[in-house]
Design a protein around this ligand. Structure first.
Ligand code: URP
Ligand code: ZN
Ligand code: ZN
Length: 462
């Protein structure tokens, strides 16, 4: 299987130049001017188009038992959607409830769901929802198998959340094993108390979700987590950072020398709390945690991305239908399954609103949507760049395309889109995964089950 991509404008996190790319046996083998290829090679004309490294979404949920239901996508539907939208690798959270089986069983369960069903490459963050001696041993084995990041929840007490004692020991173990700890930072007790107060006052609609998780509750979570990170010198990564207050806590910790990186989401850059206030329970489509924030935060996060204070733009893809799932929370916002799906649209939205509107240059766009995730999570330079020897994960991107997002045309297994009717300026023309064309002009043309579980480096070995 060989592919020649001709006359494209190649954009990586550092470079911008025109050349041909030749890929053979899953890898990029040649980059240069006027390359030729054997007659049986697939030739893609990239004249007038960008060639980006395959994009990486470092935070998705696909198999997810959560809030009394299950997320709607399968690995087949999610990976098809990801590829059509230019994402060639995703990192899924293994979120096993703290009351369930050994963590090792969770890892096997999630791996079994993905392997043989995903069309794009994938790996996992292993949630630590309990910590004792036995679990420490299991986590050590999981890390050895190439899952080199943990996830901790300070929120969702009783489901995924851990105690401070467990957090202390998780941070210690992570430091010892050289792995990075990704974290959901919201103070669980404050959330619970505020939820109870609001419900007792008869404030039951989706618009009250925000008030149960105000910015200070997230900022406290960040401060709390980073205190424990500082004690052990553990490398941390704040998932779905939504507001200035939380970002400030991260920046203060960075000043103290804490090794922390920040993720935000495409939803926080483009949607705001007024969406969750839409009438007729439409607001429930926009309920996630932390909640959508006041619009003024958006410019702060675009600036922080440009300046490198925020490293990545993810989706936290967590798909629940409006009918029958979001509706579980009619009359009680605390029962609305949390999540705003956006796996298929992240790149086109980031390009349209970031690059086309002059907020991000092309290199920063690639950096925050691909390269940084590869570097932070032990995949670089195999993924996240265009270089000889790298996996042939490429996105030939057509900047002249114009279209609209709709649930009627998306590949997700979901009955709505939070971005229904939004215009996009540009989309992937051709997407390759390890040298195979997997999407073309909005259609999936790849192979379900070809996606590989990626074995990653530990932080210590990077
Ligand atoms: O609302 C969200 N974020 N849903 C998915 C679970 C999580 O907290 O990441
Ligand atoms: Zn979370
Ligand atoms: Zn998440």
């Amino acid at each position: 299987m060989s592919i020649l991509i001709k006359n494209g404008r190649i954009i990586t996190a550092e470079q911008d130049y025109s050349a041909d790319i030749y890929c053979e046996d899953e890898h990029i083998t040649r980059i240069g001017k006027q390359l030729d290829a054997p007659p049986n090679a697939t030739v893609v004309d990239a004249t007038g188009k960008y060639v980006f490294p395959g994009f990486i979404d470092p935070h998705v949920h696909i198999y997810l038992p959560f809030m009394g239901t299950f997320a709607k996508d399968t690995h087949e539907s999610a990976s098809k959607a990801a590829l059509v939208g230019g994402t060639t690798t995703f990192i899924e959270m293994i979120c096993q409830s703290c009351s369930e089986q050994p963590l090792a069983d969770g890892f096997e369960l999630w791996r079994g769901k993905a392997e043989g069903n995903s069309a794009c490459d994938f790996t996992f963050h292993q949630a630590v929802t309990r910590l004792d001696k036995e679990t420490e041993g299991q986590l050590t084995e999981i890390v050895r198998s190439g899952i080199t990041s943990f996830k901790v929840f300070l929120a969702y007490k009783g489901a995924f959340g851990i105690s401070d004692e467990e957090l202390y020991h998780t941070m210690r173990l992570a430091k010892k094993l050289g792995v990075i700890v990704t974290a959901h930072c919201e103070n669980a007790d404050a959330v619970l108390a505020l939820q109870q107060k609001l419900l007792a006052e008869g404030k039951t609609g989706p618009e009250w979700h925000y008030w149960s998780r105000p910015p200070r509750v997230e900022a406290e979570g960040v401060h709390h987590l980073l205190t424990f990170a500082e004690i052990h010198g553990t490398h941390c990564y704040l998932v779905h950072t939504s507001c200035e207050e939380a970002l400030q806590e991260a920046l203060l910790a960075m000043q103290r020398g804490v090794n922390v990186r920040v993720e935000t989401l495409i939803q926080y850059l483009l949607l705001d709390k007024s969406h969750a206030e839409l009438p007729n329970f439409e607001g429930s489509k926009y309920v996630m945690s932390p909640p959508l924030r006041d619009k003024r935060n958006q410019e702060i996060f675009w600036n922080a991305l440009r300046q490198g204070f925020v490293s990545t733009v993810a989706t936290d893809h967590a798909p629940f239908d409006f009918k029958g799932q979001k509706e579980m929370g009619r009359g009680d916002f605390t029962k609305i399954p949390n999540g705003i799906p956006s796996l298929e649209d992240r790149i086109n939205l980031l390009y349209t609103h970031g690059v086309c509107e002059g907020r991000l240059d092309l290199n920063t766009f690639v950096d925050c949507a691909s390269t940084q995730a590869a570097k932070l999570f032990g995949l670089y330079p195999r993924k996240g760049t265009i270089a000889i020897g790298s996996d042939a994960d490429l996105v030939v991107y057509d900047p002249t395309y114009r279209g609209t997002i709709s649930a009627r045309t998306h590949h997700l297994n979901l009955d709505y889109s939070a971005f229904e009717g939004w215009e996009i300026k540009g989309r992937p023309h051709v997407v390759t995964v390890r040298g195979e064309v997997a999407a073309r002009d909005g259609k999936f043309v790849g192979t379900v089950g070809r996606g590989k579980l990626l074995k990653r480096d530990t932080h210590a070995s990077r």
